[in-house]
Design a protein around this ligand. Sequence first.
Ligand SMILES: Nc1ncnc2c1ncn2[C@@H]1O[C@H](COP(=O)(O)OP(=O)(O)OP(=O)(O)O)[C@@H](O)[C@H]1O
Ligand SMILES: [Mg+2]
Length: 230
Amino acid sequence: MIEVSKARKVYQRGKTEVQALDVERLIVPKGQFLSVMGASGSGKSTLLNLLGALDVPTAGQIVIDGQDIAQMSDDALSRFRRERLGYIFQFFNLLPTLTALENVLLPGLLAGRSRSTLEQTALELLSTVGLEERTHHHPDELSGGEMQRVAIARALTLAPALLLADEPTGNLDSRTGQDVLTLIRKATRARALTVVMVTHDPKAAQVGDRIVRLADGHIVGDETVTASAA
Ligand SMILES: Nc1ncnc2c1ncn2[C@@H]1O[C@H](COP(=O)(O)OP(=O)(O)OP(=O)(O)O)[C@@H](O)[C@H]1O
Ligand SMILES: [Mg+2]
């Protein structure tokens, strides 16, 4: 579960201040798939970065999984990010010198787990995303959709509490994008994982349980997605 109260983010640009986000209250219950929409510059990435503990608010509270991120030390915060949160990005962010399998193993290795304990989970996840035949391929030997599926497996490898995705289909054709979304939906539902996804695509947003709309840093819409779309 995520609880946001009176959260503001102000960026300093020389002498001018940019008020990027001002959210009075937002609660995302455990297991909910929330889509965030809004025009360019409306504060979507700013919100996602706060919810993903990649940034701290200028004022207010962000509580993720019982932890107030503004109260955590840098060390605790990086461990929290590494072990409790999963991220999927528009540009996949895979390490080019590592194979698909090694990319999926990486978060666990960085968390100090042994390769042998991680490997079975990694192979299972790669199989869940349909890439059992691609485990030893490098990113440049994979299609965009396949790279994003590796990124999904990587994000799930340490069984996070929360998955964050910023435009995960932004670099995929609509068919591949839809497949990737279906995969995220299935994998996260099976694990009762909370998901927050930023998207420009109204059809992609419908994959979620709920759509929050931002304008000028404010929440201007909050609706439940009807079951038929999922
Ligand atoms: N590091 C920064 N320094 C100064 N201003 C910033 C910074 N990051 C974002 N902003 C400003 O904050 C506002 C919100 O930006 P944000 O990146 O959250 O928008 P967005 O909704 O994700 O847009 P897009 O759809 O283009 O990705 C914008 O006006 C932007 O110019
Ligand atoms: Mg953005």
